[in-house]
Design a protein around this ligand. Structure first.
Ligand code: ATP
Ligand code: MG
Length: 689
């Protein structure tokens, strides 16, 4: 092998190089790389794609699926760096041609637009994000009077979770209810009726939700002729993080590539953390048996990411898992410090420790960008965000509150969406009620008329709005007319909407100046898209991240700390990692308590978090843990214990300390209450309401 191996693969180990060379640059038999964290799976995938391009593969015939747009961007970046070594600047042109790179959902959306007419969809369909979907479901729920029949009827969020699970797991409703929502079993009949009404409402308004993107894609490839046609568009289908795909996704893969030719999937069963969204770890475990000839399986055992002490501790944690297939990893990065297990009093102590340590690490030469703070749930970083702001440490938060959740940003987008699709009732309700004098009733009347109309703008023009609304109506209709005419054009006409919206913004919100800045930021984000439809699709699928202040694109070159949920940190790595709230009730979440499968998934979550660290790992154990009101119990502090996944016999793998270092009586001796009380909830609500 060595003599044949191209120079640019020299630094890969044998197993990695074999995975890259498998098929000799052509679509060969299916390939599975299954291996633990940090063993170079994604890196190998990137080299494989580079190798394909260098061997003459057409980048437009390569489908490359990852779990987020960020991950896709990083992967393409790695491909380019490898290819550049061989072919110089030509590499950039080739990697730009990798246009079928993205999440399953975004790739699905693009394919559906191409084939819409053949499958009875109008090509200008609009995509609803989860919140819009829940709202639409709620309309149907109200129409059916379900919550009036019974006050205990599941909330819109629960209804959507049930629906989504049934779709993604491809399971019957009664099975899903019995397995995951037993307290909803008594409403099976009503839920069925509700979902039927929801599907009808989506279709009537030409709306697809996230699940539809996969569902229609799967339906499309199941259709013999179309399936073959779509499969034939791609020579190579490569998928990262395959352990977190669901049944629909594996059905899509099988539908496109029934023989598995040209298919390469990569993943780690020990990192499967999305079963609450119907991910199916059996997809990766059963992959070798799916095809004839069977897939080639490559395992990787050497971890290149973490120092020995970090890897040791992570191995111990996952070693206690009930079921696990990928083998234990080794590293040659000897030396380094044991992971720290840090006892603090509470949220504030935790924030204090993290901010202090982050600055210390920066003093010692690490950039902020080389450090990340991870947490179970987005709201866990509240106290930390305040502390970082207080100390002037810039940060970017992934997987948290989304920029798009801001009311004013939603308003602007609702106007655009209504212009593109006058039958979008959710957007319509929002946009129309921005006008003084138009309430829910009047808005509903307008939307009813629009639903039946062939000429939406004409319909609006002649609509008998209430007298109070008449003054602003003409301006609104004129704007809708312009937006409608320009809907395919570039740039996305945010500026037009902004001008119209400004007086309303000033009327509705006291802090309109900050909000106006957000809309300017939206305008600059929109500048990167070719048209309204592409812009709205991408925004619905993978919204931009929230940053501290109005950082926006300008922050790109600066140094900032990463704050991320564990789920969003998948696949990434940092020199120093801080994990908040390593306590029972958080990891495992008290919502998971009981079910063995759920507890096991929480253990894997801890493993994913720990294996993000290269050198420094700090697990925070607050003695008091702040629990947000769930199940109507209200917010409260509870006394917390170290996570059960770090059992006493593993403690020798950790360096136990407390902060601030106690003089005598242990960490609880810390004087509390010195810190000013900041009402974070009010702050957040004020800005994002
Ligand atoms: P995860 O399971 O977390 O997604 P992974 O298996 O995808 O991890 P990568 O992210 O590809 O692992 O690689 C982890 C780190 O190891 C990266 O910094 C990568 O550059 C480095 N690495 C991978 N293979 C090699 C190698 N052969 N030589 C040196 N460094 C390597
Ligand atoms: Mg990876």
């Amino acid at each position: 092998l060595d003599s044949l191996q191209p120079e640019y693969l020299n630094h890969l180990n044998d197993a990695q190089a074999q995975a890259v060379l498998h098929g000799g640059g052509r679509p060969g038999r299916p390939l599975l790389i299954i291996a633990g964290a940090g063993s170079g799976k994604t890196n190998t995938l990137a080299h494989r794609v580079a190798h394909l391009l260098i061997s003459g593969a057409d980048p437009r015939r390569i489908l490359l699926a990852t779990f987020s747009r960020r991950a896709a961007r990083e992967l393409v970046g790695r491909v380019e760096r490898v290819a550049r070594r061989v072919m110089g600047d030509k590499a950039a042109i080739l990697t730009e041609g990798l246009s079928w790179t993205g999440t399953f959902h975004s790739i699905g959306a693009r394919l559906l637009r191409d084939y819409a007419e053949q499958i009875g969809l109008a090509p200008e369909f609009v995509i609803h994000d989860r919140e819009d979907s829940a709202d639409l479901l709620n309309l149907a729920r109200n129409d059916l009077d379900l919550s009036r029949l019974d006050k205990r009827f599941p909330t819109k969020g629960t209804c959507l979770a049930i629906y989504s699970r049934a779709v993604n797991a491809q399971e019957e409703l009664d099975v899903v209810l019995a397995k995951h929502f037993p307290w909803c079993l008594e409403w099976e009949v009503e839920l069925k009726a509700l979902f039927a009404a929801y599907v009808e409402a989506k279709q009537a308004a030409n709306i697809l939700d996230y699940d539809d993107l996969l569902l229609y894609w799967q339906a499309m490839v199941e259709d013999g002729g179309l399936g073959a046609e779509i499969g034939a568009r791609f020579d190579h289908v490569l998928i990262d993080e395959y352990q977190d795909t669901n049944r629909l996704q594996s059905a899509i893969l099988m539908g496109m590539k029934p023989t598995g030719e040209g298919v390469a999937v990569v993943g780690d069963d020990a990192q499967s953390i999305y079963s609450f969204r119907a991910a199916e770890v059996r997809n990766i475990l059963d992959f070798p048996k799916l095809f004839d000839p069977p897939a080639r399986v490559v395992t990787l055992a050497r971890n290149y990411r973490s120092t020995a002490p970090v890897l040791d501790a992570a191995n111990r944690v996952i070693g206690a898992a009930r079921e696990r297939h990928a083998k234990e990893l080794f590293t040659e990065r000897e030396g380094g410090a044991k992971p720290k297990l840090v006892t603090v009093l509470d949220d504030n102590g935790q924030a204090d420790y993290v901010a202090t340590s982050v600055l210390e690490a920066r003093e010692a030469g690490a950039r902020l960008k080389d450090q990340a703070v991870l947490f179970r749930a987005s709201h866990h970083s509240g106290a930390l965000e305040i502390e970082l702001t207080r100390r002037g440490i810039p940060f970017v938060k992934f997987g948290g509150l989304k920029f798009l959740d801001a009311a004013h940003v939603k308003d602007v987008l609702a106007v655009l969406r209504l212009a593109i699709n006058p039958r979008d009732r959710i957007a319509g309700f929002r946009a129309l009620q921005l006008l003084p004098g138009i309430g829910p009733k009047a808005a509903a009347a307008v939307l009813d008329a629009l639903a039946l109309s062939e000429d939406p703008v004409g319909e609006l023009e002649g609509f008998p709005v209430p007298p109070r609304a008449q003054q602003d109506w003409a301006g609104f209709v004129a704007m809708m007319g312009e937006l409608k005419r320009g809907d395919a054009g570039w740039p996305v006409p945010i500026e037009r909407v902004r001008t119209w919206y400004q007086p309303h913004l000033e009327r509705i919100h006291e802090d309109y100046e900050t909000r106006a800045a957000d809309i300017l930021q939206l305008e600059s984000i929109a500048g990167g898209f070719r048209g309204m439809s592409e812009f709205l699709t991408e925004l619905a699928l993978d919204p931009p991240e929230v940053t501290s202040d109005q950082a926006g694109p300008a922050l790109k070159d600066e140094d900032y700390l990463i704050l991320s949920t564990i789920h969003s940190a998948k696949g990434q790595e940092w020199t120093h990692v801080f994990l908040l709230n390593c306590v029972d009730g958080c990891i495992p979440s008290d919502l998971a308590a009981g079910e063995t499968d759920e507890i096991e998934e929480e253990r894997r979550l801890l493993y994913v978090a720990m294996t993000r660290a290269k050198d420094g790992l700090h697990l925070m154990v607050p003695q008091r843990f702040y629990v947000h009101g769930q199940h109507r119990r209200g917010d409260r502090h509870v006394y917390a214990n170290r996570t059960r996944f770090i059992s006493p016999h593993m403690l020798d793998k950790f360096d136990r300390t407390s902060f601030p270092l106690a003089d005598a009586g242990g960490p609880s001796a810390r004087p509390g209450g010195a810190r000013p009380v900041v009402d974070l909830k009010a702050k957040m609500a004020g800005r994002w309401k």
